[in-house]
Ligand binder design. Structure first.
Ligand code: BES
Ligand code: MN
Ligand code: ZN
Length: 499
């Protein structure tokens, strides 16, 4: 989808679809009132007859409105004015995008940026509307035969031209491309998207963008470095493991980068601690942290972010096999610490242990975050609406929570208190890879903390947020929005980015 600007008055734009917003309690406002005026009260008559959508998220497609050049007018309800914050606005735009996707409209003009949103200025509304419309337009097609009656994708969406709007739309396109990359990777089937595929994707991206470079470690190199925790998970698979590092150098020479480390389990069978058959196919998304890392690198390369950023991905497949690692094994990680394996399905923390330590030693980041579909317990605790954020660094926690609010891609903090560390003690090694039933997400975080060696670090569990659960299942593209926002705010904010 292309995002453009238009200087023509809304009612005269020859578009396939005009998108306007209404509120649950306030009748018609802003752009909607204007369209009502030119169409001789068509909208107020519909409101009087209670035909306009009444609840947040409901939409109505109108055809042939008098006085309006557009073929259709899409009316979206944004709910109560007093509840209209950033996330509520994005939900409304997503509802509009969904209705647009189901219609034959190939072009649209968006007037949703006129709506007042709590604590969100016009530049924010334009950017977020652009991103949300682009996401909502996405339907998985990569391995599917298209049907003749499938509605076409919307090719262009215009916004009213005003100061800075074109620039915000450029930013939106860059972020949307990163989100798209993340979704494409996480939706891809595991027989296609294996560890080598993740490495190849990174290699291609580095070839496409000046300032982006790639380093790929194979199993021989990782063996040399003693990355036995990561390697142990991969030995049961025919697909070799890789550690992939993408480096963006938009900042000063020698400036310590910010780093992201993504869990890239391209398929998680559980290994010898085999998962039950139900929903195992969903474990193709267990590389969602890697997908978000790669997607965020794509976005910041397109944004030409004026800072240094590294994205590291542990690309491994977890399979049962005669050579596979087993419960009871004691494995020495790259940092010399020993891990007793209690469950081969707790593999994410194994690969991240070495990936985090390697990143600390080699990237020497100012701050690092890891992103992982790490625990079912996080789905139980937070569902899909928030990513779980764990860190002992209060300042970093605040940065990430704020970035989540700002990007309508929210996180919520869980405590990483020392008290929880006792749950991963064992008589047979420095730690075990299982913390038991209580606080399963936190004890996973405790495990990771032992490989961070004094770094400023936070762990983001996206087991719930990385997936759009429910009917139209697909990867959500999260938390690319949160991560981009976090990086941009560290680079001086949106005003510091040229677009
Ligand atoms: N990839 C899973 C976590 C997961 C489960 C994500 C369900 C999304 C939905 C992870 O590797 C895993 O299997 N975790 C185990 C850990 C346990 C063995 C300590 C879990 O959550 O059950
Ligand atoms: Mn697992
Ligand atoms: Zn897993």
């Amino acid at each position: 989808m292309q995002l453009t600007t238009s200087q023509i008055a809304a009612s005269s734009i020859p578009t396939d679809c005009l998108i306007i917003g209404i509120l649950e309690d306030g009748g018609l406002s802003g752009a909607a009132a204007e369209i009502d005026n030119v169409s001789d009260g068509a909208l107020s008559r519909l409101a009087d007859s209670a035909d306009l959508p009444k609840k947040a998220g409901q939409t109505l497609m109108l055809h042939g409105l008098p006085g309006v050049a557009a073929k259709r007018v899409l009316v979206v309800n944004f709910g109560k004015a007093e509840k209209l914050d950033g996330p509520a606005f994005v939900r409304g735009v997503q509802a509009a995008g969904k209705a647009l996707r189901q219609s034959p409209a190939k072009s649209a003009h968006c007037l949703l940026d006129c709506i007042d949103v709590k604590n969100c200025d016009h530049a924010w509304r334009v950017r977020q509307a652009g991103i949300a419309l682009t996401h909502a337009d996405y339907i998985y097609t990569a391995t599917k035969t298209p049907k003749a009656h499938d509605a076409p994708a919307t090719e262009t969406v215009s916004f009213a031209d005003a100061d800075g709007v074109a620039n915000q739309l450029k930013l939106a396109e860059a972020i949307a491309a990163g989100v798209q990359r993340c979704r494409d990777l996480a939706d891809a089937p595991p027989n296609i998207c294996n560890p080598a595929y993740l490495a190849e994707t990174a290699r291609q991206m580095a070839a496409e963008h000046d300032g982006l470079s790639v380093e790929i470690l194979d199993e021989a190199q990782m063996t040399e470095l003693g990355m036995n925790a990561l390697l142990a998970v991969g030995v049961g698979s025919e697909n070799p493991s890789y550690l992939v590092r993408l480096s963006w150098r938009g900042g000063k020479d020698g400036e310590a980068p910010l780093a992201m480390v993504g869990k890239g389990i391209t398929f998680d069978t559980g290994g010898i601690s085999l998962k039950p058959r139900e929903l195992m196919e969903q474990m193709k998304f267990d590389m969602g942290g890697a997908a978000a890392t790669i997607g965020t690198m794509e976005a910041i390369a397109r944004l030409k972010l004026p800072m240094n950023v590294d994205g590291v991905v542990a690309a491994v497949e977890n399979m049962p096999d005669g050579k596979a690692y087993r419960p009871g094994d004691v494995i020495t990680a790259m940092n010399g610490k020993t891990i007793e394996v209690h469950n081969t399905d707790a593999e994410g923390r194994m690969v991240l242990a070495d990936a985090l330590y390697w990143t600390g030693q080699n990237v020497k980041p100012a701050k690092m975050v890891d992103i992982a579909t790490l625990t079912g317990a996080c789905v139980v605790a937070l569902g899909a609406h928030a990513s779980g954020i764990m860190t002992q660094d209060d300042e970093l926690a605040d940065e990430l929570l704020t970035a989540g609010l700002q990007s309508a891609d929210r996180g919520w903090r869980l405590p990483l208190w020392d008290e929880y560390q006792a749950q991963i003690e064992t008589p047979f090694a420095d730690m075990k890879n299982l913390g038991g039933m209580p606080a399963g997400s936190i004890t996973a975080g405790c495990f990771l903390s032992r490989f961070t060696d004094g770094q400023r670090w936070a762990h983001i569990d996206i087991a719930g947020s990385a997936w759009n659960w429910g009917k139209a299942e697909s990867a959500s593209g999260r938390p690319v929005g949160l991560l981009v926002e976090w990086l941009v705010s560290n680079a001086g904010g949106w005003n510091a980015i040229a677009g």
